[in-house]
Design a protein around this ligand. Structure first.
Ligand SMILES: Cc1ncc(COP(=O)(O)O)c(C=O)c1O
Length: 387
């Protein structure tokens, strides 16, 4: 366990990643892309070292490193590695760990970019993926082909229907590397690595930075594995920008208070929606009606900012709600200070075929909401007259 893991989450987010700050309360912004060496031996040492500081920014950057250390501390991980986006993290992890002929098991309920990566470029490079229902832990285990499956990749909670994967069952799988995308949970909402999962990835564009002004990804886990991903990542080049890393560190300091407020508002809205006659279904891991409510309760520390709901009346009804809002903003991201709504079948999951969308429950009447920091009654006042 990393030092300070027993402290409260509010304390941990304020304290994390400060080891290189000296006495400064905010870390310096190292915009440098290159550092000079004193002599040939030093040049060689830096060029052939693992994650060398002060060499070349694609290999490492001190401001990015501070963000990585903060995430490692929060995840209780030995180390972390940042990327230029969440997809940069996911593609680097998959390409670092898989070779032609390998097999991946993935939950079907994934961000569509991840599904597209697995069924497009990864398949083209000879890596086959079996997609299974993430709610069915036995199906995940059964899909593993001993000696051939190199990665089991899931998202929990999943985008956009807030499906929950049994992380203890995932962590118990021997053989392949197990990876969870915990973007919807953030490092505070779920301590994924405590369940024995090998790697946790996040789109830090979302709740970690929290203000819709950063594009960033991160992976955390055992140092040896993170270094293997790093060795590939310097070739892949999805490098985190130091200014984004600095903005994310600033955002991180308030993650605990933001998440507490967002979780409370999101659950309250979910309850109100559930009681509305024009709403056919509400998806929220904190509702008793969620099919995995008990599992969510046992493995999540906070049910988070996200909810999804299905309006009766399909596309026309969804369009009326989506287009009629004045406070809630129409945008596809999540985890920030503003409450956002999106229509997954037209946006986040538009690249899937209608059949694939139907298979994961992304219907034309489905709307996804990322709850921000506004007052719950104002949000309800915007939403409810349109239902
Ligand atoms: C669960 C999840 N993972 C990964 C990503 C990709 O992150 P990014 O947009 O930072 O590349 C997203 C984006 O919405 C997401 O929702």
């Amino acid at each position: 366990m990393t030092e300070g893991q027993d402290r409260g989450d509010g304390t941990r987010v304020v304290s994390a990643g400060r080891s290189g700050f000296g006495r400064a309360l905010a870390g310096p912004m190292w915009s440098a892309a290159v550092w000079e060496s004193a002599d040939l031996d030093e040049s060689r040492r830096r060029a052939s070292g693992v994650r060398p500081g002060e060499f070349y920014a694609r290999y490492s950057n001190p401001t990015v490193r501070a963000f990585e250390e903060a995430i490692a501390e929060l995840e209780g991980a030995e180390d972390a590695l940042a990327f230029g986006s969440g997809m940069g993290a996911i593609s680097s992890v998959l390409l670092a760990l898989c070779s032609a002929g390998d097999h991946v098991v993935a939950s079907r309920q994934l961000y569509a970019g991840t599904s597209a990566l697995l069924s497009g470029p990864m398949a083209r490079l000879g890596v086959e993926t079996t997609f299974v229902d993430g709610a069915d832990a036995e199906a995940i285990v059964a899909a593993v082909i001993p000696g051939r499956t190199t990665v089991v990749f899931v998202e929990s909670p999943s985008n956009p229907l807030l499906g929950v994967v049994d992380l203890e069952a995932l962590g118990a799988i021997a053989g392949p590397f197990t990876v969870v995308d915990a973007t919807f949970a953030t490092p505070l909402g779920q301590r994924s690595l405590e369940f024995g999962v090998d790697l946790v990835v996040h789109s830090a564009t979302k709740g970690i930075s929290g203000h819709n002004d950063v594009t960033l990804g991160v992976v955390a886990g055992e140092r040896e594995l993170i270094e293997a991903v790093w060795a590939y990542s310097v070739l892949h080049g999805s490098v985190a920008s130091p200014s984004d890393a600095q903005a994310a560190l600033r955002g991180l300091r308030t993650l605990d208070v933001r998440l507490a407020r967002q979780s409370a508002t999101s659950l309250e809205l979910a309850r109100r929606l559930e009681g509305h006659p024009s709403v056919a279904a509400v998806h929220h891991p904190g509702l008793d009606s969620h099919p995995q409510a008990a599992l969510a309760k046992s493995q999540m520390r906070s049910t988070g900012s996200m909810l999804a709901f299905e309006v009766s009346g399909g596309l026309d009804a969804a369009r009326r709600v989506h287009d009629g809002l004045s406070l809630i903003r129409r945008a596809t991201s999540l985890g920030g200070t503003e409450t956002l709504i999106c229509h997954p079948s037209s946006t986040t999951h538009v690249s899937l075929s209608e059949e694939d969308r139907r298979a994961i429950g992304v219907t034309d009447g489905l709307l996804r909401v990322s709850v921000g920091l506004e007052d719950v009654d104002d949000l309800w006042g915007d939403l409810s007259p349109l239902l």
